[in-house]
Design a protein around this ligand. Sequence first.
Ligand SMILES: [Zn+2]
Length: 384
Amino acid sequence: MTMDEQAYTGSFPLHTPGKISKASPSDVRRKNRSLIFSLLFPTGQCSRAELGRRTGLSRVAVSDVVNDMLDEGLIRENGFETTTTGKGKRGTLLSIDTSRLRIISIDLSQDNLVQGAVTDLLGLPQQRMEIALGPDIRIGVDTIVQFVDELRSDLDVNRIVGIGICAPGVIDNGVIRASTALGWHDVDLKATLERRFGIPVSITNDVTCAMLTERFFGQAGPNLLFVKNDHGIGSATLIDDVPVVGEHHAGGEIGHISIDPDNGPECPCGKRGCMERLISATALRERMRQVPPSERMGIIRQAGEYLATALAMPVGMLDITDICVYGPADIINNTLLDAAQQQLDRLTASTFHARSVIRRCQCGADITLRGSAVSVVRHYIEEW
Ligand SMILES: [Zn+2]
């Protein structure tokens, strides 16, 4: 077996779903690279010897991949191990290099605002830009092109890993199939931007972006149910570190799943009792405005119960114990979370399911912008 044929057979934390092909030597090399990168991403520090131990790859295979990644600017040497090896030699530590490569990340998921940044490989903004839109103004593709152009203007093109766009809606290989918030249908944003800039473009659903930030910079492990609740409500699921996008790329689009089809409030989609009408932050604020203050707590508690009722089935089906909810503090508060937890316990308690915990996401306002940069890194490592 040559070094190139030696491949790790476990799971790849930065794996992009839906790719099945026959392994060639370059595939094996890419997998080894992906694996080593994922052991260091985002904040790991390992020596070459430790990478070898943790991957099962030979010293030569590790060193081959590591040297390429050092040259490329993906990783750097960063001090020495504190303990010595048997031979009395301290290994050089490797970590992600945040100083050289850059990502252009743009977030289209905010209301009336487009935010953009040049970030490092950990998605931390090094330079920011934003455009405020009027209340009824919808963003067009040409505005995004101009925006990328401005963010790119001061950068050395050889240092740009890719452009990441975070967008609400159903996204199929870079084509925004349907986005109610943007008012877009079948917009091939990836092709347009790649033609214009000659840089790889990743377009990722906003809830998936937020979930990736929670996974890599928050408290989540490799299995997670993530719910984003603001003007609408969406979810994303991570299984063994692979986001589940679904057969038609609409996995997580739960806003118009009804949980009270007979008596729930009417929804513009034609049904009654859709999640969005029952428990989105916008809907809840509207309902609370219509009742005396003493009844508002009850509305939030009921929303928590609805949320848990909706999530009980995926929890049972997927055996996920970590449920993270991102949303504004006036809605996703302890009252809602306590009510949701009690309801979930009531619905799911059994001897063969570990207790699932519903918690509030602690990641800050850059959650989607940062996740979009992480998405670029994932694709870069996978498709190299
Ligand atoms: Zn609906």
